[in-house]
Design a protein around this ligand. Structure first.
Ligand code: AMP
Ligand code: MG
Length: 325
């Protein structure tokens, strides 16, 4: 059991977070997507602590976070395609899987990338995350701040509920504005493949590049993305998808106004997919708790159109509904 400091998102909290990270400690901090659980990616013991804190299988590599493209270049080889994507989307919620550049001075711990020859790298846009990364001397491995396979966290209180006693510090940086994890793409020569959908869509990537891209067939045997784990992001309560009218003993997660007399919450009263994404994990956490108290049998979820960020929301919900036991 680790004693966990609570930090504010102010300048002093940011300085403290960077100091703990520079000393090899673990800090949960906000990003624009979800809360991250950060640690120095070059230190083996720190990286091992990340896996232990999350109960994460070691074949599930971590996203490496850096302050800017210049620092990214110290770790990965960026071809013209990757450069153009970085220009369009960094800082922001786009993770690129690129070949490691082993010639540089900086060495990522092998366990951080599950012994792969690639690195999933991201330059986040959240001002607090950026300032922390600017002050860190090394890249930061930061998976989502939640127990492996469970709901990601987008509110300080949810991070505290699952990470207290497991990390050295948790920062209260308010709610995460986007609410779903970054889009992960693999850039291999001239081919881009989407490994995990996010708020940056295929259309946006195509228009950022000024051309459409061909999606390579995913033939890799190794797990290269959580998109390949069929069960993930699970609340304790079972989930039923695409339900308009819930059963009497279910709670409803509505997309649009919550119907009169029905127990539950709305992801967005005005059916706005971006608002729905922002509220996704916090609403599921609240309904999970309400289901426990009211002994409800399931969380029924209304259909959400599979366009734009709705594709990412449906991806997460499909996995959330796919419980292992
Ligand atoms: P999370 O940390 O929960 O946001 O998940 C990050 C995901 O990024 C992991 O589950 C990985 O599958 C994916 N990832 C990280 N590194 C790589 C890599 N080198 N190649 C492909 N996917 C990766
Ligand atoms: Mg995660």
């Amino acid at each position: 059991m680790t004693s966990t400091e609570i930090l504010s998102g102010s300048k002093s909290g940011i300085l403290r977070a960077a100091r703990i990270l520079n000393d090899g400690g673990l800090v949960a901090f906000p990003t624009e997507t979800v809360y991250g659980l950060g640690g120095d990616a070059t230190k083996h013991e720190t990286v091992n602590r990340i896996y232990t804190a999350k109960g994460r299988p070691e074949n599930n590599p971590l996203i490496i976070h850096v302050y800017d493209e210049k620092r990214a270049r110290e770790l990965v080889k960026m071809n013209l395609l990757a450069e153009s994507l970085a220009n369009s989307f960094w800082p922001g919620p786009l993770t690129m899987v690129l070949k490691q550049d082993f010639s540089g001075k900086l060495k990522i711990a092998e366990t951080a990338v599950s012994q792969l020859e690639t690195i999933a790298i991201r330059v986040p846009a959240h001002p607090v995350a950026r300032e922390i990364l600017r002050l860190c001397k090394n890249p930061i491995a930061a998976p989502s701040a939640n127990m492996s396979g469970k709901l990601s966290t987008t509110r300080f209180e949810d991070v505290q509920a699952c990470m207290s006693g497991r990390v050295d510090a948790i920062m209260d940086g308010g709610p995460c504005p986007i609410g779903v994890e970054s889009t992960i793409i693999k850039v291999q020569d001239e081919i881009i493949s989407i490994l995990r959908p996010g708020t940056i869509t295929e259309e946006q990537i195509s228009s950022g590049l000024g051309q459409s891209f061909s999606e390579k067939k995913k033939t890799e045997k190794k797990i290269s993305s959580p998109g390949q784990f069929k069960s993930h992001y699970c609340p304790k309560t079972p989930i039923r998808l695409n339900i308009i009218h819930p059963r009497a003993d279910e709670l409803l997660l509505a997309f649009g106004p919550l119907p009169a007399g029905v127990k539950g919450l709305s992801l967005s009263e005005i059916s706005d997919p971006h608002e729905a994404a922002m509220n996704l994990y916090s609403s599921l956490a609240d309904l999970d708790e309400l289901a426990r108290i009211t002994k409800s049998s399931a969380i029924a979820i209304q259909p959400i159109p599979k366009i734009g960020v709705g594709i990412a929301i449906n991806d997460r919900l499909r996995r959330a509904a796919n419980r292992l036991q």
